[in-house]
Design a protein around this ligand. Structure first.
Ligand code: ZN
Length: 180
């Protein structure tokens, strides 16, 4: 078990396009420890997803797991553990939907971000098998958020109305009950 130090906004590693992961390395000891480190670091910090650049490794690997009942995000349906390697994302429905997002690399803040409602993601899983999924709802936003990390983007870049960038405490005081 290894909990890694999180990289935070301002660290250039979060602004780089990460290198594609070498697929022949999938299943190797170094791959398994990378996945384990991502899981441990995500769980330790109460996250629902984490990307390799967030532990300082500029490679295209991310994981997502929506828990049964996350303190940070209520009313969310649990998901399987997604292990996502070298993803490509395509917008299926460009109509926007908005959620309040947070990020382990931007601690203490929440921001309202509108993103395309429906996307198709093609990626390789933990067995290097190619997968394709269509995503809607909150999970679509979570995938877009995590995949952004592999391409040097943070959710704060996507906020169109900066009056909806808030400290967590003020978010709880003023915004949590508003849907937008
Ligand atoms: Zn993030």
């Amino acid at each position: 078990m290894a909990i890694k130090e999180l990289t935070r906004m301002g660290n250039p590693v979060l602004r780089k396009v990460a290198k594609e992961y070498e697929l022949s390395e999938v299943g190797s000891q170094s791959f398994l420890s990378l996945i384990e480190d991502l899981i441990d670091t995500m769980n330790e910090n109460g996250g629902i997803g984490i990307a390799a650049p967030q532990i300082g490794i500029s490679t295209q690997v991310a994981i997502i797991k929506l828990p049964e009942d996350s303190g940070r995000y209520s009313d969310v349906e649990a998901s399987e553990l997604f292990i996502i390697i070298n993803p490509k994302i395509e917008v299926v429905d460009s109509e926007k939907q908005g959620f309040w997002e947070g990020c382990l690399s931007v601690p203490g803040l929440r921001g309202f971000v509108e993103r395309p409602k429906k996307v198709k993601v093609t990626y390789f899983d933990k067995d290097a098998t190619k997968k394709e999924i269509i995503l809607e709802g909150f999970l679509s936003t979570v995938f877009q958020h995590e995949l952004d990390h592999l391409f040097g983007k943070l959710y704060v870049d996507r906020i169109t109305d900066l009056t909806k960038l808030s400290y967590e405490e003020e978010y709880l005081d003023y915004w949590i009950d508003s849907s937008n």
